[in-house]
Design a protein. Structure first.
Length: 360
């Protein structure tokens, strides 16, 4: 093999995404076979919520069973899966989400956002922001500590986590307690050395990355650009504490390093790890010692941030004004009354919660 990939990743390193958007419907059809279900360690609950433009979305709330009887609020993690903005979650994504829930422990809000190219930017990013906002509003009901709400994701999900953080900052919402970015997509410009050199790396390479951006952005110039390409943000000063991992053999390597450097220069508490021998998508090897070591580092970081989060990091929302970028958010104050929609699906009988509107 051309690259010195960790032996534990041998099976993953043989995988290569097809560079043909016409195959996406068939690939997503296959991904539907992976279901996020309860098991002996976690309980999975299915909720409905309004996405961008009022479209109904599904979120899964993954809760650790060992914490259910205690009744105390747990930290929350709003998690966005990777897949180049184009693919549904895989079985590996669900396993990782369950590992966070069990090991921290915390409640994981797992979002089924809409996908490109059918739903290009800003729809996936705005769907994810809607999920983050939904979590803030329903934290108490979900049994989540409002002072300990993290945001995170892998690959394109890392991009969405960073974008939602910037949206929350700009729209005056409470910032996440911390951001967890795993080999994130951060820069549409694709001018780094790793992007030029890694054109044939396992799983993901520069050619696939270019196709991804074409599908996500289409012919449009994103506005504001940083919501699509977080590396283009003028300032990262208000970013929350951030944990960042990059893979050694990944075209996204250098833009992840550069994003971490910018965070540090902006005075943001940043923990950075380069995973030696890693290729893009390495965390799908959920049974490997490599992923176990990565999870141990992530959980240790999250626990440390949780200990530091009880000192006024949660900022109250004063007011949010309707903007063209977020047309359904509405204008709200603390003296507004929240009106919720609660329905029961015929198939599962599961109660679905959603913020239908805000009024005085």
């Amino acid at each position: 093999m051309k690259y010195n990939i960790d032996p534990e990743l041998e099976l993953i390193s043989k995988i290569k995404m097809p560079n043909n958007p016409k195959l996406l419907p068939f690939m997503n059809m296959a991904c539907r076979a992976f279901l996020c279900k309860s098991d002996d360690k976690v309980t999975v609950k299915r909720y409905g919520m309004p996405g961008y433009g009022g479209t109904s979305l599904v979120v899964h709330v993954i809760e650790p069973k060992k914490a259910e009887k205690k009744g105390k609020p747990l930290p929350g993690l709003v998690f966005f899966h990777g897949g180049g903005f184009m693919l549904r979650a895989s079985g590996g994504h669900y396993k990782i989400a369950k590992m966070y829930a069990e090991k921290l422990p915390c409640k994981v809000i797992y979002v089924d956002y809409r996908l490109a190219p059918k739903h290009p930017f800003p729809i996936p990013a705005e769907d994810c922001f809607a999920a983050y906002r939904w979590t803030l509003f329903h934290a108490e009901r979900l049994g989540i500590d409002k002072k300990k709400i993290f945001i995170g994701g892998d690959s394109a999900g890392g991009n969405l986590a960073a974008a939602v953080t910037l949206m929350a900052r700009d729209r005056k919402y409470p910032l996440p307690t911390g951001a967890l970015l795993i080999y994130p997509v951060t820069d549409r410009r694709m001018k780094t050395a790793s992007m030029k050199n890694f054109t044939d790396t396992p799983v993901w390479d520069a050619k696939l990355n270019r196709t991804m951006w074409q599908c996500y952005l289409g012919e449009n110039d994103p506005q504001p650009a940083e919501y699509a390409s977080p590396a283009e943000a003028k300032s990262l000063k208000e970013f929350p504490p951030t944990y960042l991992e990059v893979a050694e053999f990944d075209c996204l390597h250098d833009e992840g390093v550069a994003f971490g450097d910018r965070l540090k220069k902006a005075g943001v508490s940043t923990e950075f790890h380069e995973i030696k021998g890693g290729c893009h998508g390495y965390e799908t090897a959920t049974g490997s010692l490599l992923v176990k070591a990565c999870m141990d580092m992530r959980i240790a970081w999250m626990r440390r941030i949780c200990k530091e989060s009880g000192h006024g990091l949660y900022r109250r929302v004063k007011k949010v004004y309707r903007t063209s970028a977020n047309p359904y958010a509405g204008r709200m104050r603390h003296d507004y009354k929240r009106k919720e929609a609660a329905v029961v699906t015929k198939k599962s009988g599961q109660r679905l919660l959603g913020v239908s509107r805000w009024s005085r």
